[in-house]
Ligand binder design. Structure first.
Ligand SMILES: [Zn+2]
Ligand SMILES: [Zn+2]
Length: 357
């Protein structure tokens, strides 16, 4: 089964989860012929990485290209070498100075994120970069000159400001995809099994987890209290993580909802990409391209059946309480700092238990 990428139309961006979970542990490993880790640090200025302290900018940036420190056998390069190659282009185009280090390039995200205990070796299209100072022309140069880079995203606003909509009264905050494709996945591990949760990264909130996430521990604790087996509402579902892990945990019914359309689209994509792991078959009820970016009245967009009855809504969470007859558990995973009192109030009669995460 091939799933076409909703962002770029490519056929390689979304690999069904069962195949990813089988192969992810090999994806970033060095082969026996790979060179040792580079000896330079992330805080070494570029002119001491590849150039010479007294060489001019052009001489220095020419010292690194597509072939630099690439393994002849597996074709991969160390993450730091790839980022140094990008830094060379940024210097050449005048967007960084010679004192800039690998840290000054931006935030590197591997296309299938999981906890790897070693620095990754990257093959083609395995890195998405989030940068502050970058323009479209240079982003396109990076995509065409550095084979490992799949997408370049420009950050908007402060690092702390979450991507998406804090509530349905606000306009959405998103980053800009300047070049390439920003579709990537994260392996989610839980006591119930693993999923690969895909997302269009420029319009999805970035969560950096160290090991098992706190949210997964909340779900596991609910499971051991026997609260996860009935009907579960994942009220601000984002890409669908909590709701789909609840399916894995054996919930009888799961209702996923988000007011932000890109989140609903990613949730539906994740039901398809994880269909064989979850034992679900998807059925569409509305065309997402005809829905507004920020929802009001809840619309049932998709259902899935098999191991669990799943519904996906695009709606305001407070209004959804009037649409759903009854549920055992309502999970509210709102952005930090966003008041949830209105949602809790709306759901207290509909849900047996409301948990804000
Ligand atoms: Zn794509
Ligand atoms: Zn190699």
């Amino acid at each position: 089964m091939t799933i076409v990428c909703p962002r770029c139309g490519g056929r390689d961006c979304i690999i069904p989860a069962d195949m990813v979970l089988d192969s992810v542990y090999q994806m970033y490993v060095a082969c026996p012929s790979c060179m040792a880790d580079p000896t330079f640090g992330k805080q070494t200025p570029f002119n001491r990485l590849f150039g010479t302290a007294d060489g001019d900018i052009n001489e220095n940036t020419r010292s690194i290209d597509d072939a630099t420190m690439r393994c002849q056998r597996c074709g991969k390069r160390h993450l730091d070498v790839v980022v140094a190659h990008v830094l060379g282009i940024l210097l050449r185009e005048g967007l960084r100075d010679m004192q800039a280090t690998l840290f000054d390039v931006g935030t590197p995200m591997i296309t299938i994120g999981y906890q790897i205990p070693f620095p990754p070796r990257l093959g083609r299209d395995t890195l998405i970069l989030i940068m502050n100072t970058i323009d479209k022309k240079t982003a396109e140069m990076i995509i065409s000159e550095v084979p490992e880079v799949k997408g370049v995203i420009q950050r908007k606003g402060s690092l702390e400001r979450p991507i998406g909509i804090p509530d349905t009264g606000s306009s959405p905050h998103t980053y800009d995809l300047l070049a390439g494709c920003d579709l990537r996945g994260d392996i989610v591990s839980s006591a119930f099994g693993e999923l690969c949760i895909y997302k269009t990264q420029s319009d999805t909130h970035i969560e950096f987890s160290r090991g098992k996430s706190d949210k997964m521990q909340v779900l596991e604790s609910l499971y051991y209290q026997r609260k996860l087996g009935g009907s579960v509402v994942d009220g601000c579902c984002g890409a669908g993580t909590l709701g789909l892990v609840s399916v894995l945990a054996g919930a009888r019914e799961v209702i996923l909802n988000d007011a932000f359309l890109p989140a609903v689209k990613n949730t539906i994509l994740n039901i398809r990409a994880n269909a064989s792991v979850l034992g679900l078959e998807l059925e569409m009820h509305a065309d997402p391209s005809e829905l507004p970016i920020v929802a009001g009245t809840p619309v049932l967009v998709a259902t899935a059946h098999g191991s669990c009855d799943v519904s996906v809504y695009h709606g305001d969470l407070a209004s959804l309480a009037a649409v759903i007859d009854r549920c055992d558990l309502c999970l509210i995973d709102a952005f930090i700092g966003v008041p949830t009192a209105e949602f809790v109030r709306a759901w207290k009669d509909t849900a047996g238990m409301v948990v804000t995460i």
